[in-house]
Design a protein around this ligand. Sequence first.
Ligand code: NAI
Ligand SMILES: O=C(O)C1=N[C@H](C(=O)O)C[C@H](O)C1
Length: 250
Amino acid sequence: MSKLRVAVLGAKGRIGSEAVRAVEAAEDMELVAALGRGDKLETMVEAGAEVAVELTDPESVMGNLDFCVRHGIHGVVGTTGWTDERLARLRGWLDAVPGTGALIAPNFSIGAVLTMRFARQAARFFESVEVIELHHPNKADAPSGTATRTAQLIAEAREQAGCAPQPDATSTALDGARGADVDGVPVHSVRLRGLLAHQEVLLGGEGETLTIRHDSTHHSSFMPGVLLGVRRVVSAPGLTLGLEHFLDLD
Ligand SMILES: NC(=O)C1=CN([C@@H]2O[C@H](COP(=O)(O)OP(=O)(O)OC[C@H]3O[C@@H](n4cnc5c(N)ncnc54)[C@H](O)[C@@H]3O)[C@@H](O)[C@H]2O)C=CC1
Ligand SMILES: O=C(O)C1=N[C@H](C(=O)O)C[C@H](O)C1
């Protein structure tokens, strides 16, 4: 069986270095390029990469994906900073190169994917819902990509179910006290030394609350999802948003 030829972009970063180790350890994959900032993307083409695992930063990701798609290299993308406009641009590039696929995974860990799924399921049954994400203080963006996606999924579910806007009688507040508003869902970001990646979804109704909490305590939590993405993206042309599409969830 021939091995999948994989490149990692952002190979010296916190998650990128873990991905390099995971790809090297996978029996069905060969790491053919491990690129850091300033390295030439052409190296991937010369090395015959079939899939690029993109783990850089929001400033770099679009240029890297543009290059990958133009060269028929599939993308498995964990980098954050996605907007509707960016997703539409990526879809356009993928449409122009039929057969090429890209997975955008706001979170590669199974627990985080399930948190998003459970939050979406629960959202319509409660009057109130807020998201708290907690990360290490070196994280560049806030809110996290996972929290943003979680809030979007909650908002979609509530809109489909015809839920009323959340009750909130706040009439005066310090800037930021009520968090960021993501499609009507308050999202609060904590940055704390000692943490890695954590999220709570708080749901409240009359006389009860439900808390869904997920903790990634090591970057290894993301690796089964990264490897699954690499294996599946080669036969999933176009844009796949969320690892859940590659998991057999109900
Ligand atoms: N989807 C997921 O499950 C996860 C996503 N992330 C996301 O991955 C991204 C990276 O996170 P960290 O590793 O913590 O950051 P980091 O800052 O430790 O690593 C990023 C690396 O990318 C490099 N880089 C920047 N531009 C580049 C370019 N054009 N080509 C090649 N390398 C380049 C940087 O020099 C750095 O070494 C962030 O957006 C983060 O939110 C992080 C963990 C899990
Ligand atoms: O920067 C991180 O660390 C993480 N980034 C992703 C995000 O923004 O959601 C995934 C995970 O939370 C870790």
